[in-house]
Design a protein around this ligand. Sequence first.
Ligand code: SAM
Length: 348
Amino acid sequence: MVDQPVRRVFVPPQSGDPNPDQPPPLNPARITGVASGFMTAKALFVAAEVGLFAALPDDGATAETIAQRCQLPVRSARAIADLLVATGLVEHDGERYRNAPDTEAFLAGRGPLDMRAMLRYWDLVSYPTWTRASTAFRTRQGVRAEQLSEEQTRAYESSVALVTAETAADLAEAYDFGPHTRLLDVGGGIGTFAKPILRAYPRLTATLLDLPDVVDVARAEVAADAFADRLDLVAADVFVDPLPAGHDVVVVANFLHLFSPERNLELLARLAEVVAPGGRLLLVDWFRDPAAPHPATRLGSGEFLMISGGDTYEASDVTGWLDQTGWTPVEHLPLAAPAGLIVAERVG
Ligand SMILES: C[S@@+](CC[C@H](N)C(=O)[O-])C[C@H]1O[C@@H](n2cnc3c(N)ncnc32)[C@H](O)[C@@H]1O
């Protein structure tokens, strides 16, 4: 029971020193903050899209300067900047706006990591998809549009590559591809995993299999790479089309989380049909630690459901599926958290 008369939705933060003998009064600010998060998120997406963070120098800029640099009406520049000041991503001294240190590092395009590709994906694809979240949570069916535009496909694949590139580099180091001759990369996207593996193993050749729209994007992405002549691109739906044979190692990276357990059993059984005994299956994914879910897996459980009815699975879920589909689990190696690698071998 709330024993304090809280009858206002928007309450300014407490000023002055809190009384150490009394708990702070209840304030609905946390609820309004989370509930209006979609507005703040959209302001963030627009800011990145119009180059607001890149337009803020170290000593800051006025709303008028931002408006001119980002080609916005002044009132819009001020409204967006003020929304972001409320989050702490932008700082304001009464006249000039400047990037907070993390904003400068990750959103201005001149720091150690550029996260704008992820914002673009969340804006163009995730945001409209989540408007149907209620249906997805009730039915466990994906609610993303069946067909993405070319711009959306590029935004999705670039964002995935931004997130998975570190894990791909880890895999090329953590697993010895030396004994293998031909790799199949299922749902290989724009070659984020195939590239570092082919670079590290010059005798290896590979097939990247993905949906036709994605293969079109991947073709342009890998064309200039030194190993392009060792990488075949196959446009196919892995659940429907005949799968290419002749591969002794299969990588399935960040793919199982897109689908239901039933679909994953179907996939693993299909792959077992085209890999000879002794062939290896490398399952790379974000595995959920039930005792302490990683922040990325918490987000992933919702996002992967929205996309196509998926979830973040525990490693024990996956080894259970392997046992039922002609594969023997061999080892489970941690990669950059929350990613892990489950290695399986085709049963003889
Ligand atoms: C999350 S991305 C992972 C891309 C890449 N493996 C990585 O980890 O960077 C999943 C990929 O699976 C592809 N995909 C989804 N459904 C597919 C299907 N039925 N057949 C083939 N590829 C599919 C998507 O187009 C996308 O490129």
